[in-house]
Design a binder for this molecule. Sequence first.
Ligand code: MSP
Length: 654
Amino acid sequence: MSNERSTYLTTPIYYVNGLPHIGHGYTTIAADVFARWRRSQGDPVFFLTGTDEHGQKVLQTAQGRGMTAQEHVDDLVVHWRAMWDKLHIDFDRFIRTTESDHERVVQAVLQHLYDRGLIEQKDYEGWYHVNDEIFVTDKDVEAGRYQAEDLQRITESNYWFKMSAYQDALLDHLERHPDYIQPTSRRNEVLGFLRQPLGDLCISRPKARMSWGIELPFDPDYVCYVWFDALLNYLSGIGYHPDPEQAGDWQRWWPATYQLIGKDILTTHAVYWSTMLIALDVPLPTTLYAHGWWTSADGDKMSKSSGNAIDLGLLVQEFGADVCRYFFLREKSFGGDGSFSYEGFLNRYNADLANDLGNLAHRGLSMTRSWLGAKVPAPGANTDLEDALRSTAARAVREYADKLDHLDFPGALTALWDLVKATNKYVDTTAPWALNKAGNTERLHAVLRAVLEVCHLVACCLLPVMPTKAVELLSKFGTPEQDGYRCLSGLVERAREDQISLADLHPGQAVDLGDPLFPRLKELPEAIAALFVEPEPEPSASAAAPLPPQIAFEDFTKIALRAGKVVSAKAHPKADRLLVLEVDIGEPKPRTIVAGIASRYAPEQLIGLGVVVVANLKPAKLRGIVSEGMLLAAGAEQPVGLVQVDAIPGEIVR
Ligand code: MSP
């Protein structure tokens, strides 16, 4: 295991203005899997993650909670660390930008660049984007790239980093290092951005406007711009200091192997960070990898305000960390976008984990228990079938390793699952139950041995992805975690030379069936299914509810009300309160409408009824069925009665 390659891996540091969601979890899981993978291959690894604690957004959130900024970040950071614990994130350092050693490095860098004339003071008059904390050019404003209400016109004296001076150097680097920014589509985006002249970067904020940040060492009236401060964590986190006398052992790790980021923060890294490094005479990282985003099931951006953010804590609580880790990495390509749905999650769990892997392990172990006294059989004479399985295993391990090395997580897992599926097929073909019945002990031993070997091999390979489930599977073979990691490293070496033997287990080793690793789930866990139940309306004090503010007529006309006729009605399979109706509103096909009227109407009472439909309401899924509209009804708490109309379906209702 003498391996000279050292691996330095970073995630973005996350703003502590909320709790971690699946987007944050995604980058961090990917980084952790890669770090564990490289450690398993004998590389020295340093994995850095942490929190970005300065800046306007954090300050605003703190003010909203009635806390000082420091109180707020100290309170929230605990939740971030706890979430990474739950997800088994094994980082080497968790950095907070409010830590004094980070602040010291930021100030030293600022002074260093200032002393060299690379930071200078200039007056600025123009647009400022409050939420993004950036200065926006007139051109961007004219092009309508920003919402007018987010922009402020300001006149300010500030300090600027001479970023413009490094445009050519950066382009040159991109030219000479085609893998610097991955995937290629993101590299092209950066090249496109660099086609226009690069401006300078404002790196200060006057304390009078925003005081939550690191003070500029050469002007106490200013704090450092949050991005300039945050990006430097990647160096301060490993002991960098511009003065070599004060620096630690940072060059042991730098340049970073992979800096993982989301596609939304590509420019700040590819342009700001890269030029900062060039100005500091520090080599650029080997690769900046900008991964894609998770969207809601409808492809919309997830956000807390739109109510479609996925509760990462709940997902981990209900499915366990390892299932989440597997799902996120397997479900979509790392570079591309993907949509999240709970149904997709459940399907992936049942197909890959319960049916494929879980089933293989359970079959192999239970047959060994029933017919071989729960002991690994000695290797026997192999046939072409075992030889074929062995080459499938060698190919799977080789591809798994190569793809993981290039952050192709779904590719790596698919390669491994090809082996799992082939082995399930091998069991079906060799039919050990028939061999047992026929008393063909020699073949029975050879077959079960091959199956157990594959299960053990897959468990070793999965250690970086599913660190607890893989250990659980290994323990059924009596293999401790450390031996599993050692075995993984050996397997990869041998697979590269096509030397996989499928003879790693000791004959006579006791195996333990235990509980199934991934029991099949018929439906979503209750705590998740409950998310789709409409909340019971709050009882109101009087029947005459107070009126909301008046609206203009044109606001009313935005609601498309249409006459409809109920074509069919039945009970909702998953909710007693709901009925599922088909309603004709003059369109080629009737609409499916899920209505909370089961306490007032039996389905058969509704057939043929003339109803009023809100026809342009955004479709919503109610306990698994998409409702394509809503019926007007009286009664805020309980449905008192449907609004009825005698008109041709499709007629406008006003
Ligand atoms: N604090 C800055 C990063 C500074 S790094 C020097 C920041 N923080 S963040 O908390 O807003 O976001 C961090 C990361 O989460 C980004 O990489 C972003 O792409 C990622 N994600 C946020 N939502 C996401 C999805 N819905 N899907 C995938 N990743 C997403 O930006």
